[in-house]
Each structure stands twice: as C-alpha cells, then as structure tokens.
Design a protein. Structure first.
Length: 873
C-alpha cells in the first residue's frame, strides 16, 4: 500500500453538481443506480480523464447522456473506474451490484441485525457506487430506497421525505431529497423494522423542527436521555455560536454493529446503540454523560463539519478538533465544569500523551497517511480540541465567536483548510498566529522545565521556562511553539493569589504568560511574600510541565490554589511522588512505607470537603495504573500495581472511619436521575466504598453486597459488582456475576459491561476467562462493541495483558489476525497496546515484537499493515 501526501493535493478535475441514487435493497445483491450531473472544471484540460473511486462493486451498466458505453471506453480496476473521454458537462448513469450481508468491515452499505445501514466517512461511499469519493466534491442528493414492505417498513435517507408508495411483489419505496450540497461521506441510508420516538424543537427564528430517534422496538424505553440531550444541544448551539438547524427534520438511528461512536450524516445521524441508548436500569452515570456528549458532538457537526467541511482528509481536525472543543464546552456547562475538565485532561494525559510518544505519533494535521481510517485518533480529536481551546483563550471569547461567525459565513457550503479557520481567528483578533500554526504540523508532546526563584531582597519572583519537543517518527528537529501558560503565584503566608506585575504592568491575580522561545525568563516584581507558583492552570496547553515541587508545596496548593483544576493536579502530583518511592521500594525488595503527608492531605480533604462532591471524588481518586506508567522511564507493570494497591489500602486503613462516614452521608434512595448533583453524590459514595472494599473491611463488603442486591440503578449495581469481582472474595463475586449475567442475558449492552468487569480484574485467572467468554453465546467477533468490551478491556488490564509468559500478547495477536479479515478498522485499533513495546523491559519488548512480527507475516489489510509497519520501524 502506498501513502498519500498532503503536498500532492490537487483540486478535483470534475465536480458533481447533483446526485440521484436508487437503491433496490437485497441482502446478497443490492442494486444501486446512480445518475450524476458532472461538470469539468473550467481550468482543466478537455483531455483529462474522469476518474471515479469504487471498490467491491460489480458494474452492470454505464451510460453517458443516455448512451451506453462500450467496454473499450472505460477501465475498471480494484480502486475504481476511469473514462478517458468525457464531455465538459454530462450525465453519467451507472448500475452496480453489491452484497450488504457479506460486508463485515461495516464500511459502505451493510446489515446489522437484519437492518440496512451505511457508514461512509471517510471512504465508504466508494463501496456503494462509482463516485469522486473526496470531501471537496459537494453535491445535492436525491435518493430513492426500495425495500421489502414487511422486513423494511421504514426507509430513511438524508434530508426531507418527498414521496413514498407501493411497488409490486411486496416492495415499497421512499424518496428523500437533501437540498444542502454535501460531500458523499455524509450520505446515509437506513432501512429496517424500526420504531420511533418523536419530539419537536423550535429554533430561535421560529422554524419548527421534527426530531426523531429510530430504534428497535425493545429499545423504545431508552431514548429519553438522547432526546433531551439533543434539544439541549440545539439550544446551546444557538445561544453559544448563533447556529440554527437548517432542515425540518433531524433523525437519529441506533445501530448495534458500528465501528465508532456515531456519524454526523446530514439530517440522519447514525449512532452506535451504545452511544444513544440509556436507561437507569441499564446504563451508568458515565454512559449517560457519554450519550449526552456524543449526541451533542454529532449535532454540532451540522455546522462544524457539514455546512463547512474539510477540503481533504489531512484537514480532519478542522472539523473534529473544533467539534470536540464545542462538545466539551457544552458538557462543561450542563454538568460540573471542573470535573469535566479534570476527566478530559486525565484521559488526555494518559492516552494522547502515550500516542504522541509512540511509533504512531503524528501531527494534528498529518502530512501523509496510508489508511485514513487509522487517523481518527486522540491526536486529531483531542489534541485538536486542545489547540482550538488555546486559540479561544488566546484571542478571548468575543473575538473567537466573531472569528467563528466569520468562518461559518465565509465558507458556508465549502470544503476548506485549517488555515481558513485560523485566519478567521487572526482577523477577528488582530493577533499574529503564524508561530501558533506549528501546533498543527509538529507531533510530540512539548515538555517544559520550569525553574522558579524568589528574591527576598527585591521582592521579585523569577520564573524561567525551557521548552523542548522530543523527536517523533519522521520529525527529528522541532521548532519552539507558542505556549500559553495560565498561572498565578500563591502567597505562602496569605494563602492567596498575589497580584502579578510583569514588566511594570499589573496583570491581576492570574495571568497568561506566553512562552515562544526555547527559553524565557519572566520577572514578577512587587512580590511581597514567598509564593508557590501555580502553573498551567486549567491545563492551558497540552504539554508536560515539570517543576520541582516539594511535597509541602503540593500539600499547600492542594488546599490553597484558587484554580480547581490545579488543586486536583497538586493532589495527583503528590500521590505520584509517593508512588515513585513505592515503585522503587518494590523493585528493590525493600519494605514499603506509606507517606504520611498523603494520608494527611486526604484526611483534610475528607474533613473540609469542597462544595462540589464530584470534584472531591476526583481528588480522592489515585492516578490510574496507565497514567502512572506514562510517568515511568521503563514501565514495570507489577511494581506499579503493587505500589498503587499499597497506597490505596494504606489510605483505606488510615481513613477507614472517614470513608465509612462519607459513604453513609451520600447514600440516597431518591429516584435515579442523571443530574449533576446526584452523579456527584454517587461518585463520592462509590469512591469511598472502593477504599473500604480494598481492605476487605467486613462492614464495607456487606454494604457492597447490599448495594448490589438493592438493584437501585446501574451505576451502583455495576460499581458494586466490579468491586466484588476485583476483590479476592470469589465467594461473593461468583453469585453476583451469575445473577447479573442471567438477568441481563437479553441485553447486549449490559452484557458488554458484564464482560468488561470480569476481564479487567487483577487476578491471574483472567486469561482463561477471556478465552472462555469468547465462546459465550453473547459474544461475537463481528460486533465491535463486543470486541471492545471483552478483548479491548482485557488489553487495558495492565497486570494480565502484560503477563511474563506472553499469553496476553498472543491472545491479542490471534484476535487481530482474525479481525484483519473481518473488520480491518477495528483490527488496526486493537493493536495499539502492542505498539507501545518500547516502553517495557527487554523480556516484554521481545514478546510484544514477536507478536507484531507474527501479525506482519499475514496477508494484511492496509489498515493493519500501516500500524504494524510503524510499530516495528
Ligand atoms: N465523524 C465520525 C467519524 C467516523 C469515521 C469512521 N471511520 C464520528 C465523529 O467524529 O463524529
Ligand atoms: Zn466528530
């Protein structure tokens, strides 16, 4: 497989102004008739051939302006169709055949539980018909779907319904028209035995929009939350960005087999059922929040993605980074803002930092790829969102909103680039963002070493910052970035933020300093008392910041920092220092000793609890094993696990009564609602319970069993189940697992939780359990949710996946090899943990590499090929 380069971009030679499609659905032989109005671009030579993409299609007929083409007039290859001579403007008709039932890759038109659905982003449309499958070709669409009246009573496509009727032989049809020109990756079709929930939203200009959520009948009770989320998102986009919905109908469909979370097809969003269905009995608080976030994300794409789209796939972060930033802000406003930020950053620093430090590291705007599907990454999405967040903070909300208005107005109906977006922000703010643009082209996580010194004699604080970005594949030399660092100086006497004076200018109690050079020193004057610096407040830039804080400094910031995010981060840093000692002790076979400063910090948190219980729950949560691993030069999975368990149990023993009191104070029998106050209370209660169970406290275990048995809501039930299953008390875990499995055997999304809970436990029997569960009737390798729940969750199980006998790696490789044939997109994603082999000891490196090499010897899809090549390069 050959890479595609950004520098090779050429505008399309031919554009499609209008597209008419007729689908005659059949599981094994669907016929697709296309009628395309095509025009040659004025600047293009008349001898330029027409090239259309097309894969796995059987061509039955091809006509230009009504006249059939002879076989010698065109060539069909594995990649597409080429016609050497075409008029400047013409109608191309084609008739192709394809087999949805055999489509296990879940790209293009496929079947899920008997229903037909599509996934076209990025390059799935070429598996539906011959077409210029690239985002800068935008066309209006008219689509007719013909199906069986019994099996497919509901026939959906983008836009507005214009006609429907009966046909002979028990068939019927529906015709849809989408007036907004769109790239073909936004095309969608759904047909099946679906049931709807309907609601309405009136836009700010008074347009009444019908909202429909289409699901299988048994899921009708699980749509309320998605519908509420959709209405909140629609209102938010009007109020925050002045963006109104632009059709009379907005539809969401839930599909069981789906590679990603959801897809923003114009007017017809298709969702993984896991990202839309939610009911208190079956979904956790977390799942409720995920549904809200994804519903909003896809809705927001209607402007940031659909009305204004990407010129080419290198610009993917143009729509994804911006839209993630938008959904993060929405969720922050509807839930607890500090907790949302803490959770996002915590995930980012664990997973994106790891990606940025590994062999698949790439810039937010990559300059080449083999398989674009491999680039739907944390870097494109989450780092892209961090860049947009920095932009917003740099220019200020008002200019950002002006720039955004300008962007939507100027480029409406166009396919554009990241420069177009940033230019609007530069214009609106008058700022020079040229250095800032490097964030898009430079891969790797910048590291900043900070040195601070208080000069008593002059009342000055000197802050010296040095930045460097480590080399990444294909990018050895790095330029300095423009890094905005939000900060304060917290007076050690007053415990307050001191007023900041820099270069004679009073900046207030919090300021943003701009690091642009390799090294810069900032001198703050009129600093009346010795401060502790609070740096990178609210994670103002996606960097690793090193400052030699003492444990006393961190304990001080933990209670005094005015920035909620940094208070949490001080706690994490404090725990990390203690963990480092314990990891070293474990490695050296020395007795582990608990750092009393951590105990006292936690004690004071529990005694003087912050008002936001969700924040407290986060503060009481130790860094994950994955995050701790990220901080180590060489990952020692066993030492990390042992150290974290030690600290957890030491805290539980020292603060047993406090945790018990916290648990008791936060129990509630109120009817479940996924609202912030309740979520906060549940999370705090459940954190306390986890500590109690970690030391097998008899009363704690009894409370845990009771919480499971009470069956009040899935958040509490699943948490209790997890604690029991992850404890050594199999006598309690086995009956709980059994009853849960029997009760929910009919609900695949709940069974996914049942799978995940079991394979993430630390006990050594897990590998056998994974193998056993792979044969369970509720499991299927063909369903991405099942694969993620069982195999994906197992690969996150640090101690068991990284077993020294290599069985964990071999199991993953077996699955990747099989999935490579069935679903290359999912197969390629699943390899990720193996690609991180450089981070481990030599024995594990060897074992991981040998599994990668075993995969490499297979005939590979381009997806898996690209990842394995990079991992072994
Ligand atoms: N835009 C889709 C991505 C689907 C790509 C799958 N290969 C989901 C989203 O970001 O909203
Ligand atoms: Zn998106």
């Amino acid at each position: 497989p050959q890479p595609v380069y950004l520098s090779d971009y050429q505008p399309p030679a031919y554009r499609v102004t209008h597209t008419e499609l007729t689908f005659d659905l059949d599981p094994a032989a669907t016929r697709v008739k296309a009628r395309l109005q095509i025009e040659r671009q004025a600047s293009v030579d008349a001898t330029t051939p027409l090239q259309l993409d097309g894969e796995q299609l059987t061509l039955h007929a091809l006509l230009i302006d009504g006249a059939p083409l002879a076989n010698s007039d065109y060539q069909v290859t594995e990649q597409g169709l080429r016609i050497d001579q075409v008029p400047a403007s013409f109608t191309l008709e084609s008739d192709v055949e394809l087999s949805p039932q055999d489509n296990t890759a879940l790209e293009g038109l496929y079947q899920s539980n008997g229903m037909y659905c599509t996934q076209c982003e990025a390059e799935g449309f070429r598996r539906i018909t011959f077409y210029p499958d690239r985002p800068d070709v935008m066309s209006t669409f008219k689509v007719t779907v013909i199906g069986d009246r019994q099996r497919e009573p509901i026939l959906l496509a983008n836009g507005n319904p214009v006609e429907q009727g009966e046909l002979p032989n028990g068939r019927h049809f529906a015709t849809w028209e989408d007036p907004h020109p769109k790239p073909c990756y936004l095309f969608a079709l759904v047909a099946g035995d679906l049931h709807k929930v309907e609601d309405h939203f009136t836009t700010q200009s008074g347009r009444k929009v019908t909202l429909q959520i289409w699901v299988e009948e048994e899921n009708l009770q699980k749509t309320d939350h998605a519908m509420g989320s959709l209405k909140r998102a629609m209102a938010w986009d009007e109020q925050a960005y002045g963006r109104e919905y632009d059709l009379d109908l907005f539809m969401i469909v839930a599909v069981n087999d789906f590679n990603m979370g959801a897809m923003e097809n114009k007017g017809l969003n298709i969702f993984n059922s896991a990202a839309v269905l939610a009911h208190p009995d079956t979904a956790t608080d977390n799942a409720f929040q995920t549904v809200e976030g994804i519903v909003a994300h896809e809705y927001f794409h209607n402007w940031s993605g659909n009305r204004v789209t990407c010129r080419d796939w290198f610009q993917l972060s143009l729509k994804e980074g911006f839209t993630v930033f938008r959904d993060q802000c929405f969720s922050a406003e509807t839930n607890s803002a500090p907790v949302k930020r803490i959770q996002d950053v915590s995930f980012f620093r664990t997973a994106q930092f790891a990606e940025d430090a590994g062999p698949t590291a790439h810039p937010v705007r990559p300059d080449h790829y083999i398989e674009i599907t491999n680039f739907y990454t944390l870097t494109i999405y989450e780092k892209g969102a961090e860049i947009v967040r920095m932009l917003c903070n740099l220019v200020g909300w008002e200019a950002f909103r002006q720039g955004s208005d300008q962007y939507f107005q100027r480029f409406d109906g166009q396919a554009v680039t990241i420069e177009d977006f940033v230019d609007c922000m530069a214009e609106a703010s008058g700022l020079d963002l040229s250095q800032f643009m490097r964030w898009y082209s430079q891969a790797g996580t910048p590291e900043i070493d900070v040195h601070g010194e208080y000069d008593y004699a002059h009342g000055e604080y000197h802050l010296t910052l040095r930045q460097r970005t480590p080399a990444t594949p294909d990018q050895v030399d790095k330029e300095p970035l423009h890094i905005p660092i939000a900060m304060g100086l917290v007076g050690t006497k007053s415990g307050q933020d001191l007023t900041l004076t820099l270069d004679g200018e009073k900046l207030g109690r919090q300021a943003v300093i701009h690091l642009r050079d390799d090294e810069q020193t900032f001198v703050f004057t009129d600093v009346a008392e010795a401060p502790v610096p609070s740096l990178l407040r609210n994670f103002s830039a996606p960097v690793k910041l090193h400052f030699p804080y003492s444990r006393e400094d961190l304990a001080f910031l933990l209670t005094h920092d005015s920035d909620g995010f940094n208070r949490w981060d001080a706690g994490q840093r404090l725990a990390m220092l203690a963990l480092d000692d314990l990891i070293a002790a474990h490695r050296n076979g020395v007795e582990k000793v608990m750092d009393s400063r951590v105990v006292e910090a936690f004690r004071s948190l529990l005694a003087n609890a912050p008002a936001d219980k969700a924040v407290l729950a986060e503060m009481l949560t130790l860094p994950s094993e994955a995050y701790i691993a990220e901080q180590q030069p060489i990952v020692d999975v066993d030492a990390i696990h042992a150290a974290r368990e030690f600290i957890r149990q030491s805290l539980a023993m020292a603060l047993r009564d406090e945790f018990m009191a916290t648990f008791e104070a936060n129990r509630s029998d109120d009817a479940y609602a996924p609202i912030p106050e309740q979520i906060a209370q549940r999370s705090l209660k459940n954190v306390a319970l986890a500590y109690l169970v970690s030391i097998e406290d008899e009363q704690g275990l009894a409370l845990c069993e009771a919480q499971f048995a009470a069956d009040h809501n899935m958040t509490d039930v699943r948490h209790a189940l997890t604690l029991l299953v992850h404890s050594d008390r199999d006598d309690l875990a086995s009956p709980a697992l059994k009853s849960f499995g029997e009760k929910w055997a009919h609900d695949p999304l709940v069974m996914d939780q049942w799978f995940s809970v079991q394979v993430s436990r630390p006990q050594a029997d897990v590998i056998d359990r994974v193998k056993y569960l792979m044969a369970h009737p509720a499991f299927s390798l063909k369903n991405p949710n099942r694969v993620r729940a069982l195999i994906g969750a197992f690969a996150q199980n640090r101690v068991n996946f990284h077993r020294l006998d290599g069985q964990g790696y071999a199991l993953l490789a077996d699955v990747v090899i099989e999935l490579n044939r069935l679903n290359p997109e999912i197969a390629a994603r699943l390899i990720t943990p193996l690609t991180r082999w450089q981070r481990f000891d030599e024995t594990r490196q060897e074992l991981m590499r040998s599994q990668l090499e075993r995969i490499q010897r297979e005939p590979l899809s381009s997806n898996v090929y690209e990842v394995v090549e990079k991992a072994l390069a």
